[in-house]
Design a protein around this ligand. Structure first.
Ligand SMILES: [Zn+2]
Ligand SMILES: [Zn+2]
Length: 363
């Protein structure tokens, strides 16, 4: 799944709490094992607005969270005999309770607790509140950014954050469920507010993440359907928006990858090629964005690789060479060290692609 939250411009979920409290940022520096415990304990000490403890400082983990995936419980399941509760998918991978160490004799669904979690998502996570000032007054207009008062995050950010945690912990069903709500919410906002580029870019990214979920579940057809929808949607929008162009090109590449692994090389090449064209257009308009130039080189390599597998070796060689020339012509400032690393690793890969072929030719 895309490691960057599509709502990152609007709110950075993992930063938002530390911005508000210096004490909190120190807690983030604590080693992972104790962090879990501390945050859990803290939710009991604080005086939250929400009876479940979900306010800006403590919503990270609370009684409705699973301590394995650190997201809201999904398919809540109670361990017998210790009674600790986790998501079904999460606890199913354990023989002993990760919280107390007791042997797990069996797990039982906790439907009441799950209903509470679902009500929390409906009642809190989906409350559409507009904040008009720092005091948190509710504004009458619908067009203001929608904020979750209890979690101090925009609602999309909240759901995507929950989904990303679940996804990272391999609880794909949970991630998919949260993302589906999120996609539905954004569609609703789009109907009200029209196709703003921010909303469109967000929906394109969320659909892409839903595709990632399906792919992780081994459902390539549904994955392609989500990626296609993401592509179809983003293709309608202005291509000069960097975020949209990037999301669009990534979705196209993901379809290309799925076709590639399915053995449909011709289709895979055509998706890689569309992605390449989107990226080329961006570079034509904004040639100074280095990460976009590296993206073009990566796309060239994907097309070249497909060409090679299709037996078009001369096109493949040209493509790899063009990518190498492109990257060699880049001059990166030292402060962009992350990009420089990426440039060098892509260059290394490209050179190896040509070197392998030359070796084969001389044998
Ligand atoms: Zn879980
Ligand atoms: Zn336990």
């Amino acid at each position: 799944m895309t490691p960057v939250c599509p709502f990152v411009k609007a709110a950075r979920p993992d930063d938002s709490s530390s911005k508000k409290s210096g004490e909190n940022s120190v807690r983030h520096l604590a080693e992972p094992e104790s962090k879990l415990k501390k945050e859990f304990n803290n939710s009991a000490n604080a005086s939250p607005k929400c009876p479940f403890g979900y306010d800006s400082q403590t919503f990270k983990l609370g009684p409705l969270s699973c301590l394995i995936c650190q997201a809201l419980l999904f398919d809540s399941s109670r361990c017998v005999p210790c009674s600790h509760v986790f998501c079904k998918a999460c606890i199913s991978r354990f023989n002993d309770c990760p919280l107390c160490g007791a042997d797990i004799e069996k797990i039982e669904p906790d439907e009441n607790l799950q209903r509470t979690v679902d009500r929390f998502i409906e009642g809190h996570a989906r409350i559409k509140r507009s904040i008009s000032s720092d005091k948190g007054e509710e504004a009458a207009t619908e067009n203001k950014p929608v904020i979750y008062e209890d979690v101090s995050l925009e609602r999309g950010s909240f759901l995507v954050q929950q989904a990303m945690r679940a996804f990272r912990a391999q609880n794909i069903e949970s991630a998919k469920s949260r993302l589906s709500i999120c996609a539905e919410d954004i569609r609703g906002q789009l109907e009200k507010m029209g196709n703003t580029s921010e909303l469109c870019s967000q929906l394109g990214a969320v659909l892409g993440m839903l595709g990632d979920c399906c792919r992780a579940m081994g459902d390539a057809d549904s994955a392609i359907a989500y990626f296609e929808e993401s592509v179809e949607f983003l293709s309608k929008l202005l291509k000069d928006d960097l975020e949209i162009a990037h999301t669009l090109s990534v979705s196209l590449n993901k379809i290309g990858d799925l076709k590639y692994y399915d053995g449909d090389l011709q289709a895979s090449r055509s998706y890689y090629f569309r992605s390449l064209n989107v990226r080329r257009d961006v570079v034509k308009q904004k040639s100074d964005v280095l990460s976009q130039v590296i993206d073009v080189a990566v796309s060239l390599a994907k097309v070249a690789d497909a060409d090679r597998n299709l037996g078009n070796e001369s096109s493949a060689t040209d493509g790899f060479q063009e990518a190498i020339d492109l990257l060699e012509s880049l001059t990166l400032k030292s402060e962009a060290s992350g990009l420089e690393q990426k440039r060098l690793s892509v260059l290394e890969f490209l050179r190896s692609q040509l070197a392998d072929k030359q070796e084969e030719a001389t044998v």
